[in-house]
Design a protein around this ligand. Structure first.
Ligand SMILES: [Zn+2]
Length: 761
């Protein structure tokens, strides 16, 4: 029995020491922090119950070290302690009880609450207000001297106080803080990496650590590190009595202190704040992995002392882990309504972000290849807030060599069609519009709430109807008969009657609603409404799209000589590639620039010059192309001039309506009596005449569609994106990026109530 326990302790010690090494020395951990904590706590519990198992080399007997041989060493003024962890309200209550027992009777404790930054500790020394030294935590006693690198971090003052008013700097001040990347800066850094063809950084804290430990401080300077400060380690010439005073003092001296720190008179108040923080966590500008709760009174905190390496006067409350590692067991292939192939990871069940997860998104095959994720890999899975869990990347250090590459399927698992990847596309597709899975996804979307809203037609019913061969596309829904439905299992008379009634009602949906139900990429209710402002009949969109497509084909035929000529050039430069892109996609790349321009041939020649130079027929091709482009511009002008429709959206709309399959489905609907015409807007007033609105967020009493109707009924316009031409942005609960954009451009922001007032006046 004891033997087993001894072995268990030995195994844990070895594992923890290995992970310490990976983390601190190699900066390349193979497990997440949460799992490390779990191992550590296991060992701690084991040693507490069986103190005879404690060995001098046990990782519990010393704090972790991040010392590296590359830097001079610094002895800390006072030990840089770590914090013990709490994972529940009970843990926090027990912590307070333990403390109260050590203090005189009737002591009352008040607290500060601070975010627990997911960064790395830094200890900075100022002498007479001047930054003289900065060191990492190291092993808590000795740290690495990284002064030149820390000097490059803009938010860390080189001289205090930053503002020269009243307060003077103490003779000596040693402060403790955390170095980290703001989420936005980390993303920007990754975009730079991608642009340079380099791999993305996976973990912000490891990247921050690697950045701080560069031997060349110019590299540190080139990366956008930030810092927050929260403690005074040592001082000469000042006395601060509470943690709250310390935070205020740091702020007064010009140190960055998180806005969100708080003071609370009791632990109960602190506990009430935990769920608030858990829900705010993802909207913060920086990553946190918990909260730090400190006894406010510095004298009491000192009196409580230290147990092991943890001070008793503070504790870290840890959130449930959002990132864990698990095994990637398999990949399922999903086919969407457009035929797009989406890979989904099948995982060994794992508890993350408060739930057990077995599936996670892998985005697409390009991403799988870029991150080098393989079947059988140990992978990092992230689940935060409402975001669908996704695979962050593989833990390459855990590979055994048996891992297999993940390749896109050669054929569609539902229809057997050969999977294709259109030129220049990231995604793979099942090209068959009759593919049963594509039909299922399309119909499922078409009938759903918010689309055609056909009640009684849930996914299971849709599946049955397809399996029984009763529907092959969205149009067939309107031909279903009572006889057919009654033969299906579970369809009694009443159910059939209700379903047919709701199908009948759906035929009379408004044209914008029908357009938004078709599943055209990018065409939701706002864009559908923009379209019906210009086109009041579905047939107009079909005819126009056919004409545009025809003009596009003629342009492409004329341009094919140039495309062929480019094939003979071995090394394409960026200019040639740009020009090729333009002739291949005239509707998105060329036509929008020349709408309303009379004489554009010279300009077009410039845009295509590297290509035209390749052809001896330069002049005649140029004339031919200009004519074909003119035709295309003329045809597409009604769409290209709708404010709020970008060229890519226009291309999507044209491609969709010009598609023969879609035309057949629409024709079926028309014959069945589905509404294909827009009602003329009933005008209730003109108080919003000439004004353009953008809507974002959830409104208190109306849906966004209803608000849009109200605006249009009073003469206003609704567009989907914020620009300088936007008059007002109507903002509800949890607004999106449009809100930020509006603030940047200084567009007036109004509420639902403001809107109602505007239409009444
Ligand atoms: Zn298929």
């Amino acid at each position: 029995m004891t033997d087993d326990l001894a072995q268990q302790a030995e195994r844990l010690r070895r594992e923890i020491n290995y992970h310490n090494y990976r983390y601190n020395v190699l900066s390349d951990p193979v497990i997440t922090d949460a799992e490390y904590d779990r191992l550590y706590r296991q060992l701690q519990a084991l040693e507490e119950a069986h103190p005879e198992l404690i060995t001098p080399d046990s990782p519990t007997q010393r704090a972790g070290s991040d010392l590296s041989e590359d830097f001079p060493k610094v002895q800390h003024a006072a030990p840089i302690l770590s914090l013990s962890n709490a994972f529940s309200e009970d843990d926090l209550r027990a912590w307070e009880e333990r403390n109260l027992k050590l203090l005189p009777p009737n002591t009352e404790l008040d607290y500060t609450l601070e975010p627990k930054f997911d960064g790395l500790t830094i200890v900075v020394t100022y002498e007479n207000g001047v930054l003289v030294q900065a060191a990492t935590r190291g092993n808590g006693i000795i740290g690495d001297d990284v002064t030149p690198n820390v000097r490059t971090i803009r938010s860390i003052p080189l001289r205090i106080p930053v503002e020269a008013d009243g307060k003077s700097a103490p003779e000596r001040l040693v402060v403790r803080g955390e170095i980290l990347f703001f989420k936005q800066d980390f993303e920007a850094l990754n975009q730079q990496q991608e642009a340079a063809g380099l791999p993305r950084y996976v973990n912000a804290r490891n990247t921050a650590s690697g950045t701080l430990k560069q031997k060349d401080s110019r590299i540190t300077a080139s990366r956008p590190l930030s810092a927050f400060f929260y403690d005074v380690v040592d001082s000469r010439g000042i006395v601060l009595e509470t943690q709250w005073d310390i935070l205020q003092y740091l702020r007064d001296m010009g140190f960055p202190v998180a806005d969100d720190v708080g003071y609370y008179p009791t632990l109960t108040h602190i506990i009430q704040q935990i769920p608030v923080w858990e829900s705010r966590r993802n909207s913060l500008e920086y990553e946190i992995d918990g909260l730090v709760i400190k006894v406010n009174d510095v004298a009491i905190s000192d009196e409580l002392g230290v147990v092991g390496k943890d001070p008793r006067g503070a504790i870290a409350y840890k959130f449930p882990a959002e990132e864990v590692t698990t095994k990637l067991l398999g990949v399922t292939v999903n086919i969407g309504r457009t035929g797009k192939v989406t890979p989904t990871a099948q995982l060994e069940p794992v508890f993350v972000g408060g739930v057990t997860v077995v599936n996670a998104s892998l985005h697409n095959y390009e991403q799988i290849e870029r991150l080098d994720i393989r079947l059988g890999d140990t992978v990092i899975v992230k689940r935060s807030g409402d975001v669908i869990p996704y695979v962050v990347g593989p833990v390459t250090g855990s590979r055994t060599g048996d891992e297999q590459p993940i390749l896109p399927p050669e054929t569609c698992p539902f229809s057997g069609d050969v999977i294709v990847q259109p030129e220049g596309a990231v995604d793979y597709f099942c090209p068959n519009p009759h593919c049963p899975e594509r039909v299922f996804r399309a119909v499922e979307f078409f009938v759903s709430r918010g689309a055609m809203d056909i009640e009684g037609m849930g996914p299971q019913t849709v599946k049955t109807l397809i399996d029984e061969g009763l529907i092959q596309d969205e149009g067939d829904i309107f031909y279903l008969t009572a006889e057919q439905l009654l033969e299906l299992e579970g369809f009694a008379e009443k159910k059939v009657e209700n379903l047919l009634a709701s199908i009948e009602a759906a035929k009379q949906r408004s044209l914008p609603q029908i357009l938004a139900s078709l599943g055209i990429d990018g065409v939701g209710s706002t864009v559908a409404a923009l379209l019906t402002d210009t086109f009041d009949d579905m047939q107009q969109l079909i005819t126009l799209s056919n004409t545009i497509k025809q003009a596009e084909a003629e342009f492409n035929a004329a341009a094919s000589v140039l495309v062929d000529a480019a094939k003979s050039v071995a090394d394409h430069d960026a200019e040639l590639d740009r020009a090729l892109l333009r002739v291949r996609n005239p509707l998105t790349e060329l036509a929008p620039r020349y709408v309303g321009v009379e004489d554009f041939q010279a300009r077009m020649n410039r845009a295509l010059s590297p290509l035209l130079e390749l052809s001896p027929l330069r002049d005649s091709i140029s004339i031919q192309l200009a004519q074909a482009l003119k035709k295309l511009i003329d045809a597409a002008t009604p769409l290209l001039t709708i404010e709020g429709l970008g060229p890519i959206l226009v291309q999507n709309i044209v491609d969709w309506f010009a598609d023969e399959y879609h035309q057949t489905v629409l024709e079926k609907m028309r014959k069945a009596g589905v509404n294909m015409k827009a009602e003329k807007q009933k005008v209730a007033g003109d108080s919003l005449d000439g004004m353009t609105f953008v809507l974002t967020g959830t409104l208190p009493t109306m849906t966004r569609d209803e608000a849009a109707e109200l605006i249009k009924a009073h003469g206003g316009k609704v567009t989907s994106s914020v620009s300088k031409k936007t008059s007002y942005v109507l903002v509800g609960e949890s607004p999106g990026s449009k809100f930020t954009k509006a603030q940047q451009l200084g567009i007036p922001i109004i509420s639902e109530d403001d809107l109602k007032e505007m239409v009444q006046s």
